[in-house]
Design a protein around this ligand. Structure first.
Ligand code: ATP
Ligand code: MG
Length: 240
């Protein structure tokens, strides 16, 4: 049984079908790449999967439970956690307190949250800035912080929306290393990225969307080389 699957998801904004009859499956332990040109519906799909948007039609299943329409909190408690394309942290409290807050919100005891936070700051090479206000961190450091906050209580599935965008290459490598090491421990990911070398490097399988629809899925290289995917990208301003 797939860990997460959708059946015939639909989301319209006015006349635009942002997500159009979308059925995908995420298997336990995989890193599934979710790609597609700008505006193809990737973020909208993640918004539905994480409960920030209700679909107009279709269903979402987490293992054998139908979770369609549940709130982000209900889904987070079931292990479905997403990272936003735009970073969202509390800028006027320290990075460490942001991490602690995430832990407490996930129901960890304070001492447990503190020790996990310390480990995460080390893994993400942020220990030297952990007591600065999050607002003083660079954009990349803030992304790493938010990224770490998703893992304070390891989710069943981490939904990552362009975590590498506008992040310094050194931090990008820190993030990729973190994803690889968690994947080796069995962590499941859905990774949205326009960075094709990273998608090829990290994802065994990929799904490509265009205009809200799934146009290709399978082994990552085969998806990237498929005629439908090449045409979808060449038809827009994005580059494969
Ligand atoms: N809240 C909204 N209201 C109206 N239209 C929206 C809204 N959110 C998304 N859209 C539209 O839905 C379509 C899909 O957008 P979405 O943000 O999901 O694409 P994306 O694949 O994540 O793009 P990108 O790669 O640029 O992040 C686009 O046409 C977009 O303009
Ligand atoms: Mg997006």
């Amino acid at each position: 049984m797939s860990l997460l699957r959708t059946e015939g998801l639909q989301k319209n904004f006015g006349g635009v079908a942002a997500v159009d009859d979308c059925s995908i499956a995420v298997e336990a332990g995989e890193i599934l790449g979710l790609i597609g040109p700008n505006g193809s519906g990737k973020t909208t799909l993640l918004n539905i999967l994480s409960g920030f948007l209700a679909p107009d039609a279709g269903s979402v299943w987490l293992a054998d439970e139908r979770v369609t329409g549940m709130s982000p909190v209900q889904l987070a408690r079931r292990g479905l956690l997403r990272m936003f394309q735009m970073s969202r942290v509390f800028t006027r409290i320290s990075a460490f307190d942001n991490m602690l807050t995430a832990g407490l919100a996930m129901g960890l005891a304070e001492s447990e949250a503190e020790s996990r936070a310390a480990t995460l700051f080390e893994e993400l090479t942020l220990t030297h800035v952990q007591y600065l206000d999050a607002g003083q961190l660079s954009g990349g450091q803030r992304k790493l912080l938010e990224f770490g906050m998703c893992f304070i209580a390891p989710p069943a599935i981490a939904l990552l929306d362009e975590p590498f965008a506008a992040v310094h290459p050194v931090m990008r490598e820190t993030m990729a290393r973190f994803i690889r090491s968690r994947h080796a421990l069995g962590q499941t990911f859905v990774l949205v990225s326009h960075d094709m070398p990273i998608i090829v490097d990290l994802c065994q399988r990929a799904v490509c969307m265009n205009a809200g629809r799934v146009i290709a899925e399978g082994a990552t290289r085969a998806v990237l080389e498929s005629a439908a995917v090449i045409e979808a990208y060449l038809g827009s301003s994005a580059h494969v």
